[in-house]
Ligand binder design. Structure first.
Ligand SMILES: C=CC1=C(C)c2cc3[nH]c(cc4nc(cc5[nH]c(cc1n2)c(C)c5CCC(=O)O)C(CCC(=O)O)=C4C)c(C)c3C=C
Ligand SMILES: [Fe+2]
Ligand SMILES: [Fe+2]
Length: 354
C-alpha cells in the first residue's frame, strides 16, 4: 500500500467536530482479543462447580442429547468432579498470584503482544476466557468502550476443533448480538502447519533435550483428545494434530518413529481418539523404552492437563511400569518462541487493518 492511500484511509476514518447534542462516537481503534479455554477462579468446591457447569453445559463440548446428558451432569458429575478436580488444581496453582497458570500465561501473552505491537498505537490488546473469567463478553465490551470498531478474536488453539475454536467464536458473536454498533470481526483460524509454529516447537524440544543428562529414546507429542464420534462427524482436529506431528518430525530430522503422537484427557465412557497417552506411557517401558520426553503441542500454555496429568501423573505411570527417565517439555507459554508464533498470526490476520 502506498503512503497516499494510507493517509486517505486515515482521513476517511477521522471523526470531525460533533454537534453538542450528538452522542459520543468511539471508533478508529483495532482490538485484538486472545482467548484461551478457561479456568476456575479458585479451587474450592463452589468455584470448581461453577466453572465445570459452564464448561460441561456447552453443546460444542458435550454433544450428547440434553435429555441424556443433563441427568448425568447434574446428578453425578457436578457433585463428584468439583471436589476431585479442585484438589488436582491445588497441586498446580500459581500460589504467588493465587490463580491458575493458564490465566497467568494468557495475561502475560497479551502484555507481551501489546509490547511487540507497540509501534501501532491504534491497536488495543486484551485477553479473556471461554469459561470463567475474564469473560469474552466483558472484554469485547471493554474493547468497544475504548473505540475498537474492528476486533480480531484469537482462539488460542493451533489445531481447530469445534469443541475449542468454534465455541470461542460462537461466544464472541453471541455476545455481540446485543450490541447496536457491532464492530467488524475477524477470527484467527488454525495454525497447525504454520512454519513459525513448527519452528517454535522444534526449538523448544531441542533446547529442552540439550539440558538433559539422558537421551530420550522416544519423544511423545501428546494432544488433548476428542471423542472419536466428533472426528467421524467431520471435525478436522485429528488431521491437524497428525499434520503438526509430521511437519515437526520432518523439521527435527529424526529417524522415523522417534516422535510419537498420542491423545490424552479422556472424559466419559465413549471411545476417544487413539492411541491413548496413558496406555502408551505404560506400555513403552514393557517394550524396553526407559527414557522419554513428552510435549503438548496443542496447548498454547501449561495448565492442569499438562502440569498435573502429563508432567505429574504421566511420569508416575511411566515409572510404575519400569520406566527410568521421564521429562516434560514445557508448552511455548510466553517464551520468545511462543510469542513469535502469536505475533506472527496476529500480524497475518490484521493485514489491511493496520
Ligand atoms: C467431552 C469433554 C471434553 C472435550 C471434547 C474437550 C476438548 C478439549 N479440551 C481442550 C483443552 C483443555 N481442556 C481442559 C480441561 C478440561 N477438559 C474437559 C473436557 C473436555 N475437553 C474437562 C472436563 C476439563 C476440566 C478439568 C477436568 O474436569 O478434567 C484444559 C485445562 C484448563 C485449565 O484450567 O487448566 C484445557 C486447556 C482441547 C484443546 C480440546 C479439544 C481439542
Ligand atoms: Fe478439555
Ligand atoms: Fe485425519
Amino acid at each position: 500500500m502506498n503512503i497516499s492511500t494510507t493517509i486517505d484511509r486515515a482521513r476517511a476514518r477521522q471523526v470531525g467536530p460533533l454537534p453538542p447534542e450528538h452522542p459520543p462516537v468511539k471508533i478508529q481503534k483495532v482490538g485484538v482479543l486472545l482467548v484461551n479455554l478457561g479456568t476456575p477462579d479458585a479451587t474450592d468446591y463452589k468455584s470448581m462447580r461453577r466453572y465445570l457447569k459452564e464448561f460441561l453445559t456447552d453443546k460444542r463440548v458435550i454433544e450428547w442429547p440434553r435429555a441424556i446428558w443433563y441427568p448425568i451432569l447434574f446428578g453425578i458429575v457436578l457433585n463428584t468432579r468439583p471436589g476431585k478436580v479442585g484438589k488436582a488444581y491445588e497441586e498446580i496453582w500459581n500460589k504467588e498470584l493465587d490463580e491458575s497458570f493458564l490465566r497467568t500465561y494468557t495475561r502475560s501473552q497479551a502484555d507481551k503482544l501489546a509490547e511487540a505491537l507497540g509501534a501501532h498505537d491504534e491497536i488495543v490488546v486484551d485477553w479473556g476466557m471461554r469459561y470463567g473469567n475474564p469473560s469474552i463478553e466483558s472484554r469485547l465490551a471493554a474493547l468497544r468502550e475504548q473505540g475498537c470498531d474492528r476486533i480480531l478474536v484469537f482462539p488460542l488453539y493451533p489445531q481447530y476443533s469445534a469443541a475449542t475454536t468454534a465455541t470461542v467464536n460462537d461466544k464472541a458473536f453471541e455476545s455481540l448480538m446485543k450490541t447496536r454498533f457491532m464492530p467488524a470481526i475477524r477470527t484467527v483460524s488454525a495454525y497447525h502447519d504454520e512454519p513459525v509454529y513448527i519452528e517454535a516447537l522444534a526449538r523448544s524440544i531441542e533446547q529442552h533435550l540439550s539440558t538433559l543428562d539422558f537421551e530420550p529414546e522416544k519423544v511423545i507429542a501428546s494432544y488433548h483428545g476428542i471423542p472419536q464420534s466428533y472426528f467421524e462427524r467431520g471435525d478436522p482436529y485429528h488431521c491437524h494434530c497428525q499434520k503438526t506431528s509430521r511437519l515437526l518430525e520432518e523439521r527435527l530430522g529424526w529417524e522415523k518413529g522417534r516422535l510419537m503422537t498420542c491423545f490424552q484427557s479422556r472424559f466419559g465412557p465413549e471411545e476417544w481418539l487413539q492411541p491413548y497417552f496413558d496406555k502408551t506411557i505404560a506400555e513403552l517401558p514393557r517394550n524396553g523404552v526407559k527414557s522419554v520426553a513428552v510435549l503438548n503441542p496443542g496447548f498454547v500454555s501449561d495448565c492442569l492437563e499438562t502440569l498435573e496429568e502429563i508432567a505429574g501423573e504421566g511420569g508416575e505411570i511411566f515409572r510404575e511400569n519400569g520406566g527410568v527417565n521421564f521429562t516434560h517439555i514445557p508448552c511455548l507459554n510466553d517464551s520468545p518462541e511462543g510469542m513469535a508464533v502469536i505475533e506472527a498470526m496476529v500480524r497475518r490476520e490484521l493485514q489491511g487493518w493496520i
